[in-house]
Design a binder for this molecule. Structure first.
Ligand SMILES: NC(=O)c1ccc[n+]([C@@H]2O[C@H](COP(=O)([O-])OP(=O)(O)OC[C@H]3O[C@@H](n4cnc5c(N)ncnc54)[C@H](O)[C@@H]3O)[C@@H](O)[C@H]2O)c1
Ligand SMILES: [Zn+2]
Length: 502
């Protein structure tokens, strides 16, 4: 299904022309909300236009032309970025003229700030003052065709692109004008896929440095970061330069942190090559490394400027890591996308064969759910807690296995089984849903048998969970596909449940 295209703009004639041209090329209709607002008698107020806009967004491929003010509210904007592809036409003089001049100075300032977020967070923002109609039309068609996932993070927003054969053509674009490029990868990824990134960089003729890590979690250390800094220093990486993290989550976490700290922060791009790095590490801006004492102990929030997920790289990902990532996919489906659950259920064979089309849809949908949730909870206020579905008991089992017996994803699979059964016992989860999800976890090769684990010991470890508040713990329960709830459960009660799960 093609998502609708949303063109937002101040009222300038070129917006209507571009919308018509793009629609004609795609043989779809234009829904023009631009003319409906304003101060004419009988015109609709902002609330009515917003309702109409949200309604139009639910449809399939179409071009929606809307005034910028429709997207000033964060919830509306996130809905548009999730369900559609948003292109903003920037024409500062016209924007200023349409910003409300009534109201206090403070209100005007708020309106301006909200307006600039519309431009920053859109899939693309095009300069309608400088570009002519042809150039604008071509750029809008291109953005719509790419169908990227927008991650809204104010001035540090970016787009996650998902598809096949993407790496080679996107390298010149993500490098941009950077005078120096630093590629961080690991030796496995370099051997299998290095040419697809290093070749195009070589062709750019720009000075480039490469830092190759040993594969695996043991390399996610400050030593590796120091290694990247060393290469950056040798190559003369300056503030305008770029770091590319090309590999699994270990590489992208390390590369992102090296970029966050080099010269107090340079631009970086993630080129994830594992399913986990695509669906989980590509949204949220978390970068960092482990200490011997604790995983992910040192880090920074530092958003990439772009993420390119090329399904071709997944063909070679080892099976265990790949199926582990499916635990996060199934978790994500339970949290926010019932169609994703249906998709995984109906494509187990195709997923196992690593068919790029089905993988691309899975990654696209997973990233959209995470982007929506993180976008609504920028400051980690609490909503993000839903992403912990399956993680409370999962973390306990991961710790029990000393991070060796179970991968994180396998632990999450068992944690999901536990959360579903606890949900059943509290009347939040139907036994049908539990049975359905547990069967699916098993079909994709994940563990579901809790009886092999020392649940008494796991129950004690749950008491150390970060989400604990006094003698209660915030626990995420599945209510229906795409619908979760957070309940504060007395710790003793939860520990009792866990102890009896086997
Ligand atoms: N930043 C975040 O929000 C976030 C989210 C989830 C996980 N993580 C982090 O991600 C890490 C785990 O990521 P991972 O599972 O990708 O581990 P990883 O990077 O260690 O990759 C797993 C293994 O697969 C190999 N590999 C990678 N891509 C390959 C390919 N295309 N073909 C063949 N082999 C390939 C690697 O060399 C490695 O041996 C953890 O450190 C975790 O903390 C971060
Ligand atoms: Zn996880």
């Amino acid at each position: 299904m093609q998502r609708p295209l949303v063109i937002v703009s101040p009222p300038i004639p070129v917006a209507g022309v571009v919308a018509q041209r793009v629609a004609r090329r795609g043989a779809v209709e234009v829904v023009d909300l631009m003319r409906r607002g304003g101060s004419r008698p009988g015109a609709e107020g902002p609330g009515a236009i917003r309702e109409r806009f949200l309604c139009e967004l639910r449809g399939e491929g179409r071009v929606i032309l809307a005034p910028t003010l429709v997207l000033r509210r964060r919830e509306t904007r996130l809905a548009a970025l999730d369900r559609g592809v948003v292109v903003a036409l920037d024409f500062p003089v016209a924007s200023l003229a349409t910003l409300e001049t009534r109201g206090s100075e403070a209100e005007l300032e708020d309106a301006r700030a909200a307006e600039s977020l519309v431009y920053e967070e859109a899939h693309a923002c095009l300069d309608a003052e400088r570009l002519d109609e042809d150039a604008l039309t071509a750029a809008v068609v291109e953005t719509w065709g790419r169908d990227g996932v927008a991650v809204a993070a104010g001035g540090r927003s970016y787009v996650v692109e998902v598809g096949t054969g993407l790496l080679e053509p996107r390298i010149p674009e993500v490098v941009g004008r950077a005078p120096v490029v630093c590629v961080v990868t690991d030796s496995t990824v370099e051997g299998l896929h290095g040419h697809r990134v290093l070749g195009p960089i070589g062709a750019l003729g720009r000075p480039a440095a490469t830092y190759v890590m040993e594969p695996g979690e043991r390399s996610k250390t400050l030593d590796s970061v120091v290694g990247v800094w060393g290469r950056a220093a040798e190559a003369g990486l300056d503030r305008g330069s770029v770091v590319l993290g090309f590999g699994g989550g270990v590489v992208t976490d390390t590369a992102g942190f090296a970029a966050a700290t080099w010269m107090r922060g340079v631009r970086w791009v993630a080129l994830p090559t594992t399913l986990l790095a695509m669906v989980d590490a590509s949204v949220g801006g978390k970068t960092g490394v482990d200490l011997r004492e604790a995983k992910n102990a040192v880090g920074a929030f530092w958003q990439p400027s772009a993420v390119v997920c090329d399904m071709d790289t997944l063909r070679t990902e080892p099976a265990r890591g790949f199926s582990s990532a499916l635990a996060e996919v199934i978790k994500t489906a339970l949290i926010g996308d019932p169609d994703l659950l249906d998709l995984v259920e109906g494509s187990v064979g195709r997923i196992a064969c690593r068919e790029p089309e089905v993988l691309a849809e899975i990654v696209h949908r997973s990233v959209r759910v995470k982007a929506r949730i993180v976008g609504l909870d920028e400051r980690e206020g609490g909503l993000r807690a839903v992403l912990n579905l399956g993680h409370t008991i999962g973390h306990a089992l991961e710790t029990l296995g000393q991070y060796e017996a179970l991968t994180h994803g396998e632990a999450v699979s068992l944690g999901l089984v536990a959360a579903l059964r606890i949900g059943e016992s509290r009347g939040a989860t139907s036994s049908d849903l539990s049975a359905r999800v547990i069967a699916l976890l098993g079909r994709v090769g994940l563990p579901t048998d809790l009886s092999r684990w020392d649940l008494e010991a796991a129950a004690r470890l749950v008491g150390h969970d970060k989400k604990r508040a006094g003698d209660r713990i915030r626990f995420v329960l599945a209510r229906a596909p795409g619908e979760v709830g957070v309940e504060e459960i007395p710790l003793a009660e939860l520990q009792g449940f866990v102890g009896r799960l086997g």
